[in-house]
Design a protein around this ligand. Sequence first.
Ligand code: SF4
Ligand code: SF4
Length: 679
Amino acid sequence: MKDNKPEVDCIIVSHNNQDILSVCLDSIKSQSYTSYNAYLLDNDSTDRTAEFIRKSYPKVKFFDFPKKGPSEKRNIGMSMSNSKYIVVMDSDAALTKDWLKKAVNYMESHKDVGLCTGKLLTKEESIDATGGIFAKNSGATDRGHGEKDVGQYNTFKRVAYLKSATLIIRREMIDSIGVFDPDYFYGSEDTDLGIRANICGWKVIYNPELVSYHLGHNTMKKKPKKQETFRGYRNVLLTYFKNFQLKTIITYSPILLITFIYWIVSKKYRIEILKAYLVTLFNLRDLLKKRKIVQSKRKISDKELFDIVDFPLFIRNYNKKKNKYLDFIKNVKTNKIKSLVFFITTRCNSQCKHCFYWKDLNKSKDLSIKDIEKLLSNFYDVNSILLSGGEPFIREDFPEVIDTIIKYTNPHLISIPTNGLLGDKILKNMNEVLQKYPNVNFAIDCSLDGIESRHDYLRGVKGNFRKTIALIKELKDLKKKHHNFISIATNTVITKENIESLPELINLVKSLDIDDHFFDLIRGEHKGLLTLPTIKELKNVNALRYKTRKYYNSKRHKNRIKKIYANLRDRHVIITQIDVLEGKKWTFKCTAGVNSLILESDGSLRICELQPKIGNLMENSPETLLKSEQAKKLFKSIENHACDCTHICNVSSSMNNSFWDIIFNRIFIDSIKKRKYFD
Ligand code: SF4
Ligand code: SF4
């Protein structure tokens, strides 16, 4: 029965559930992974569970623990086993055939994951849970509960907790943070374990590839409602006050109070709810003792945790359409990787004279989809992914690359720059992914550095200009068919060699009637065939650049405030670029490595594309690399503004991280500087 794989002990707790146990045990028996033991921990059942197990499932190790609650029984089970992984299961749950195999494989390749489970479905195939949400007002709920499964939860996610109906646990984690809290008896013990794992630095992962079933809640249905209500509320309060930092508790105390009043006024079993609060209060000493132990093991602050994992203010606003303005304010100081530049290939069919990546082009084979899975499985919920290369569309398996990106990183936006040479393939691939992922936004950015032969000369390919123009026209037709194709833009790299023809190019792009036109200054270690214009030359075109930016901002934003915000941002980018060239420092901090990362096609990680590699994700996690001595030194020099640059993407994303810069510098200081910078 055993093979050479890591051992897994499956611990099932049961009480008078003999009638449904065979579904659970058969699902374990038919697993494609065979290196496991199954334990059934009973509690004084009177329905002949013991005889049934001994007769029908002789390989299942049966134990009776009278008067022990499920949490305690699971702990006893874990103390009896010494396997590398433990799977806890409810007696009314069932695993799909490859659940154990996939779960162990995932845990083996993600050593920082402490807890993992996947999509838990009901017998009617609707969603029971896809991970848990814990709110700052102390409410908790199962993500997706009651929804029809239409693939809306098919991406990996770091979550607050996972339901213990089917849950794989890393023993090393249990050894370091402890087991289920036995005082919970039943209910929310998994919430508590998940939050403890999170604050102790372990990842708690919803893995959509692990599908299991929660068939009937038989155990719960047989419990008296009042007792369950009391226990449910008490356990949630314990979880809150044991695990969160004092600062968090004080900050959110007004909403805790409002929630308490709301529950007392609106819920059915209000006496039990009141009792739960009073019992928590009267047992404060015990609570504080437990709290001291939990806090002594803490590795990350609540603030850091809230940046990475969703902890909404209230459960009810979790699924509501996000308020863009509130989100913007919330995100200003977030320490979360929000954007990833991913070089999906080193192959390119252009020979651009300004290319800063030219030394690495066409040298190595592309990463396989399996390699991409390995790399991207380190990232969760990245807001935007910018594909880079090489020419991204050169990959034959471009749609599969997109599948993998979406499965692991769940982006809101995928932006793709292109040299425009592979017209038909670009259109075919875009049509496919736009259709397949209606909830993901896509943007295409076509390079245009000059008109006709100037563009072809700068890009090193004859006919490139005409092909790009033809592609843009076709993309516009495609955009009309897909609401999630949100932008077609062009990007121009400004050099001494094209600065004079910029007005002509801007007019041509305007005539194409697309969504945007961006400008970047030549940067990085290019071939040395082109040069950066002088400050004077740049100042000469600043007014035109700004006017063009204002034109596209008006086109994009109907809302006046958004338009003003975008104009001020773009003016600030231009001013910052000139400041840097004149030797001045950024008026804001760079957020490279904090909010954004560069992932190269061999797995190398960079804080930004102008900085050296800090290691390879094939060997280490991003967290390890970002805490390395080399990364620390880089962060220090970035903090000291040693490398302030002119790269438009980094400048504009970094400056959104400072309220002072947004409100004061952009409005007041730039208005003064404007006269000097816009000739
Ligand atoms: S298309 Fe991009 S990667 Fe290719 S040569 Fe030009 S700048 Fe370099
Ligand atoms: S300032 Fe520029 S070069 Fe330095 S880390 Fe930030 S983006 Fe990179």
